[in-house]
Design a protein around this ligand. Structure first.
Ligand code: ZN
Length: 166
């Protein structure tokens, strides 16, 4: 189960941007992911259990058993801060700083967000890469600040505010 207050804040923001966050029973989630001919393609997130999005309509779907709200933040990145669908877009690191900006803008518990992102692989494609969780807090912050800088350059964050680009 996801913390209700956090869920409410994420949902409110998603709706303000023209999308939504939907928590569904496990069986409903199973039906969504196995449906072969739904009107709209469902993109399931890798490395997590019961999370994905209807990218075109910007609706994030999460199974009620999944407590990974950082995963919702990440899927929101795909839906609102990426120009292409998750299959056609592999520059997720570009919106990692946007994710951090969203967590801070909504005043969500950042320590918890960092912990839930412990398996996020940080680093440049051809350089050193590491699991976020093995880094010290200071190293994490250094990386997040760098990614925030990239997100600002790309127009995904203005000031401290995350922007929806679609
Ligand atoms: Zn992703």
């Amino acid at each position: 189960m996801i913390h209700e207050r956090i869920l409410g804040l994420l949902r409110k923001q998603a709706r303000a941007w023209g999308g939504d966050v939907s928590v569904v029973p496990r069986v409903v989630y199973g039906a969504i992911r196995s449906a072969e001919s739904t009107a709209e393609r469902f993109y399931e997130a890798p490395f997590t259990d019961g999370l994905g999005s209807f990218w075109s309509s910007k609706v994030i779907v999460i199974s009620e058993r999944n407590s990974d709200w950082a995963g919702i933040v990440h899927e929101m990145g795909h839906c609102f801060a990426a120009p292409k669908n998750p299959d056609d877009y592999n520059r997720e690191y570009d919106f990692f700083g946007w994710e951090w900006a969203l967590v801070r803008a909504l005043e969500l518990p950042e320590t918890c967000w960092r912990q839930q992102n412990k398996n996020y692989v940080v680093g440049e494609e051809n350089g050193d890469s590491n699991d976020f969780g093995v880094l010290s807090l200071r190293e994490q912050t250094r990386i997040l600040e760098a990614r925030l800088g990239v997100a600002k350059k790309l127009g995904l964050v203005r000031g401290s505010r995350p922007i929806a680009i679609r």
